[in-house]
Design a protein around this ligand. Structure first.
Ligand code: SF4
Length: 245
């Protein structure tokens, strides 16, 4: 089986516990305004790799990630290639590697039996999910990402109901995701989940802008500055950024 890959990072330190080999898959149906990887959006771009090619590439770095790290599959949105991701996870599990998937949860649909079955298979082979809650208010979620937040929220519940560990991540963008009432609602939602191991606040940054310029795409957050220290501390306090279990 083959999948489309955007790139690899050998020593990732921000996408899961410990040192991680990070696999960036190609393709994403969302259009988050703060996305710093617009070059991963196009599904037919990137390079085609077999499962074994990806696994062999990663295992060359095993000495670095074998202790308390592992591999992380991110994107783009990895689960648009869910069959490929499942096969990768299976191989890494066979090799005793800790596995993480970083997802928006967009591919989940609780009302579609086949989709649920596929995601049940996926979670068998993944140790930890990194799940973004992009916006808790539905209309603001659509405005921010171009898609509804219903399926991502259902995916969070699905992970919780199935005892699967997750880290929740929330990107903090001034005037878009910094509203106090919205943050409190986000926290209330997080509190309904039983398997959240960690909550992370990721401050928006403008480093992705150069990619938009290169691709000839209008930068959606022109003029928006990164959040202030005060905004970051307040969000962390409200969302309870700490180990929970
Ligand atoms: S889900 Fe990730 S890759 Fe896709 S648009 Fe949003 S931030 Fe970018």
């Amino acid at each position: 089986m083959t999948g489309r890959i955007h790139s690899f990072e050998s020593f990732g330190t921000v996408d899961g516990p410990g040192i991680r080999y990070v696999i960036f898959t190609q393709g994403c149906p969302l259009r988050c305004k703060y996305c710093h990887n617009p070059d991963t959006w196009e599904v037919n771009a990137g390079t085609e790799y077999t499962v074994d090619e990806v696994v062999n590439k990663a295992m060359r770095f095993k000495t670095y990630f074998q202790n308390n790290g592992g591999i992380t599959i991110t994107g783009g949105e990895p689960l648009v290639q869910i069959d490929f991701v499942i096969e990768l996870l299976k191989k890494f599990k066979e090799l005793g590697v800790h596995t993480c998937v970083d997802t928006s949860g967009i591919t989940f649909n609780p009302n579609n039996e086949k989709v649920v079955e596929k995601h049940l298979e996926l979670i068998k082979y993944c140790d930890l999910f990194l799940l973004d809650i992009k916006h808790i208010v539905e209309e603001k979620h659509i405005e921010l990402t171009n898609v509804s937040g219903k399926n991502p929220r259902s995916f969070a519940k699905f992970l919780s109901d199935n005892g699967k560990k997750m880290w929740i991540r929330h990107v903090l963008v001034p005037n878009i995701t910094t509203d106090e009432a919205d943050l409190r609602e986000t926290k209330a939602f997080i509190d309904t989940l039983k398997t959240v191991e960690k909550v992370e606040v990721l401050p928006y940054h403008t480093m992705g802008k150069v990619k938009y310029d290169k691709l000839g795409i209008k930068y959606p957050l022109e003029g928006v500055e990164p959040p202030s220290k005060e905004q970051i501390s307040l969000a962390k306090e409200i969302l309870g950024v700490e180990k929970k279990c």
